[in-house]
Design a protein around this ligand. Structure first.
Ligand code: MG
Length: 348
């Protein structure tokens, strides 16, 4: 396919772009649109403001995306050429390491329970900046604390919160295209058992994968819908994606239109808002992430999804300096992107 986007610039564009959207949305995550307009003016938030004690702070969404990437990378380091279905347990282990950074459990407890020092290694767990709670989702915490790994076949709960979709983008680069959708669904189902909770994740990873192989966003969405329709219980997710496309075609492109797609607390709405904002961005990263975060919902997750898609399309050098400067964990995100790119099949 022409114009592949499998360079380091595009992989780090996806991960950094997502972190930028996450950090831009973090200060307004729990604000209504009225409160956002009151505090930041009619255009809404358009540069980093303070959240978690600093400007440019990332949240649990970026933390977990990094742990997804680490799980994927370690699956190859440890397992060699695994089949796609063998990959999710490595990501589960990575999420348990993330859980331990949230100080809800202790290393000793983990080692005792799982009996392996593999639980406490990896690159990320040595980074003390990740030992910070950034409003982690209760579903992720409780599912991981249960000691059981959820799967599509054996759901761990009935949650369709956006905690599954907001962390799976790296799957789009790592897994062979034909296995991306299912692998991302399984990785989301580790903590989110409702079909919409994992199918939205399958869609996002598949869209990232198609973009990386040269598809434009509209084509990537179309091809993803074809796969989505083959899965049972896909109607909520399909409806959300269709609404996003319709909102983009009809306009006007503003904060009110975003709110018609929902608030993003649930997976298919977060995906819909992210997609809509990326479509309406018309190739302008800044425009897209601002559209994605200025609404009265889960602004950091929707900002992250839009930022990942736009970064995957446009590359890291499309991210304006105002967002590169002061982004928390910038160096670490670049490092993880390099590792991921290095291990990608068929990279540029
Ligand atoms: Mg968050």
């Amino acid at each position: 396919m022409a114009d592949r986007k499998r360079s380091l610039n595009h992989v780090s564009g996806c991960l950094l772009g997502g972190a930028v959207g996450d950090a831009l949305g973090a200060p307004v995550e729990f604000m209504s649109l009225k409160e956002i307009h009151h505090r930041f003016g009619p255009a809404g938030i358009s540069e980093y403001a303070i959240a978690y004690g600093r400007k440019g702070a990332i949240t649990d969404d970026t933390q977990m995306t990094l742990f997804t990437a680490e799980g994927l990378i370690l699956s190859q380091v440890r397992g060699g050429d695994l089949k796609a279905y063998q990959v999710p347990p490595f990501v589960y282990q990575a999420y348990l390491r993330w859980l331990s950074t949230q100080q809800t459990v202790h290393f000793e407890h983990l080692v005792r329970k799982y009996g392996s020092c593999a639980m406490v290694d990896g690159l990320l767990i040595a980074n003390k900046e990740l030992y910070s709670r950034r409003a982690p989702g209760n579903t992720c915490l409780s599912a991981l604390m249960s000691g059981r790994m959820g799967t599509v076949e054996d759901p761990i709960n009935d949650s369709k919160g956006c905690g599954g979709v907001m962390r799976v983008a790296p799957v789009g680069y790592f897994v062979q295209p034909e296995a991306v959708f299912e692998t991302a669904c399984e990785i989301a189902a580790i903590t989110h058992g409702h079909p919409a909770g994992y199918l939205a994740a399958g869609c996002l990873a598949r869209i990232i994968s198609l973009i990386s192989h040269g598809a434009d966003l509209v084509t990537a969405i179309e091809k993803t819908i074809e796969i989505l329709k083959t899965w049972p219980f896909h109607s909520e997710c399909l409806e959300a994606i269709t609404s996003a496309e319709q909102a983009w075609q009809e306009g006007p492109h503003n904060h009110r239109t975003v709110e018609k797609l929902g608030r993003g607390w649930i997976a298919e709405e977060a995906l819909a808002i992210g997609l809509y904002a990326a479509l309406a961005a018309e190739g302008d990263f800044d425009r897209g992430v601002r559209l994605a975060v200025n609404h009265g919902g889960d602004s950091d997750s929707t900002g992250l999804i839009a930022g990942q898609i736009l970064g995957a399309l446009l590359g890291a050098d499309s991210i304006p300096d105002k967002y590169r400067t002061g982004l928390e964990l910038f160096g670490l995100i670049e490092e993880v992107s390099e590792d991921l790119h290095q291990r990608m099949p068929d990279r540029d």
